[in-house]
Ligand binder design. Structure first.
Ligand code: BES
Ligand code: ZN
Ligand code: ZN
Length: 491
């Protein structure tokens, strides 16, 4: 996709001309509409009036008629918010992009002033909205992408006097490509996307981004006594892996951040088997690992000044005669023992080993992403991820950045009051708590760090959606990639 800016002239528009009308800025909106009418010779405001267009957010009006303009069509969008947030620009980009494609128009021309676009971040969000909307998962369809949907947006023009740098497109592209990688990995069915496949993808990301890659295979995991990973994978067909990727910036390293992502490529629940429809979407249970891999894939391009290490434990949680039994005790990599009282609480077991290894390797902080608990979805629904972080400032920063990225986080506590719920009568701890499921899982993870600050992000809700969102089709969303990359860039 191409991106141009620097001319305010409506006559420069050759694609879908997008104008935003705001009741809060009626004067400006009217004068821009007048300019549009003057340049085109078409009386748009009369049609808008007839339609009862009131410029509410979400309202839109499409015109094929463009008079003496060279535009293919005109799209007038309403925006009745006093102050737009970055996410509003992303949604604007998404709406324009969807409209353009449905009318087979391959370029967008935004009247920047009408949209209230002023800052570079706003342009970046707009471009992200356009690009994020393009994602389709067509690998498993007879029709190729071209046949499926012939149009993609090839260029975006900002009709503004100000010239914006092409760096903005580069940055939004990197973020969206990383998001799309995560989306693809999650959408691929689990019989194809197993630990071996994920390992190959991780190696590919490493090669493309010149990252260091280490693969801990079954033999190595046994040597390391990674009992959590070994235990959960026992019933699976494929052997487990723990993939470690390292990004090192050129020059001085400010900090070392370790990312950990849950990579259960399919979660049957194990012997505590999932019933009803609860297993249907469980190919998504490696979304945490996909977020981490997606984020790593953007680092070579965006070059943050911190060292970033990714720890990706990969297993299948299957039912077989070899599966972990209820009441079994696992000897974890950290040395702790865990009594298994529900084999469906498996994510925390593989994360525990990966987190312990990250701490052993010594780093400044650990952040994990995991589709960890149904309880988190009950508490926060599909839009919000649960954020566990004992550092007030860091939590506020992640929440703020998330909002700007269009990814919502809500803070939940590492509630010390409930730590006792993890007591086991035979081992050091058990793998389930007593109620407050999302918190119990977070507390369990915290048992595997001694001094390194741990931020745990439960993405069970937003990682995979059964309804489309503004810019994601049904299925994987890639939730978390943009926020974590922006976070790393801010350090
Ligand atoms: N993978 C699931 C959590 C999940 C649920 C992810 C819904 C995405 C959507 C996890 O392994 C799990 O099964 N957790 C159990 C824990 C319980 C047995 C303590 C749960 O949440 O029910
Ligand atoms: Zn489970
Ligand atoms: Zn799971």
């Amino acid at each position: 996709m191409k991106f141009v800016s620097g001319s305010k002239d409506l006559k420069q528009s050759k694609g879908l001309l997008v104008l935003v009308v705001s009741p809060q800025e009626l004067k400006k909106s009217i004068s821009l509409l007048k300019e549009l009418e003057k340049k085109s010779g078409v009386k748009y405001s009369q049609s808008l009036k007839r339609e009862g267009f009131s410029a509410k957010s979400g309202e839109s009006s499409f015109f094929k008629e463009t008079g003496s303009l060279k535009s293919k069509a005109v799209l007038i969008l309403g925006a009745d918010k006093k102050k737009k947030e970055l996410e509003d620009f992303r949604k604007l980009g998404a709406t324009a992009s969807k409209t353009a494609r449905s009318y087979k128009i391959d370029s967008l021309d935004f009247v920047a002033e009408s949209a209230g676009i002023a800052s570079a971040e706003e342009v970046q969000a707009l471009l992200e909205g356009v690009l994020l909307t393009e994602y389709q998962f067509t690998k498993y369809r007879k029709k190729t992408r071209q046949q499926f949907d012939q149009t993609t947006v090839r260029s975006v023009q900002l009709l503004s006097r100000k010239k914006y740098t092409s760096q903005l497109l580069k940055r939004s592209k990197a973020l969206v490509e990383a998001t799309d990688l995560a989306r693809d990995l999650v959408n691929i069915p689990a019989s194809d996307c197993n630990p071996s496949y994920m390992t190959r993808q991780a190696k590919k990301v490493a090669k493309d981004g010149k990252l260091k890659v280490q693969v801990y295979d079954l033999a190595k995991l046994k040597k390391m006594k990674a009992g959590g990973i070994l235990g959960v994978s026992r019933g699976g067909n494929d052997t487990p892996r723990l993939v470690k990727l390292t990004y090192r910036p050129k020059g001085a390293i400010k900090k070392v951040i370790s990312l950990v992502g849950k990579g259960v490529t399919f979660d049957t629940g194990g012997l505590s088997i999932k019933t009803g429809g609860h297993m249907n979407e469980m190919k998504c249970d490696m979304a945490g690992s996909a977020v981490v891999l997606g984020a790593m894939s953007a680092l070579a391009e965006l070059k943050p000044s911190v060292e970033v290490r990714a720890y990706i434990p990969l297993v299948e949680n299957m039912v077989s005669e070899k599966s972990v039994l209820l009441g079994d005790v696992l000897h974890m990599l950290s040395g702790k023992t865990v009594e298994i009282l529900n084999t469906d609480a498996e994510g925390r077991l593989i994360l525990a080993d990966a987190i312990a290894l990250a701490e052993k390797d010594s780093c400044d902080e650990i952040i994990d992403f995991a589709t960890l608990t149904g309880a988190c979805v009950v508490a926060l629904g599909d839009d919000y991820a649960g954020l566990f972080c004992n550092d007030e400032k860091k939590a506020a920063k992640i929440i703020d950045m998330g909002k700007d990225c269009g990814e919502l986080f809500w803070r939940l506590p590492f509630a010390e009051e409930y730590r006792g719920h993890l007591k086991s009568s035979v081992a050091d701890i058990k793998n389930i708590g007593e109620g407050a499921g999302a918190i119990a899982a977070a507390l369990f993870l915290s048992e595997f760090v001694e001094k390194t600050p741990l931020t745990h992000i439960d993405i069970a809700g937003p990682a995979f959606r059964s309804k489309p969102t503004e810019y994601s089709p049904i299925g994987a969303t890639g939730f978390g990639v943009r926020t974590i990359v922006e976070y790393l860039m801010s350090l």
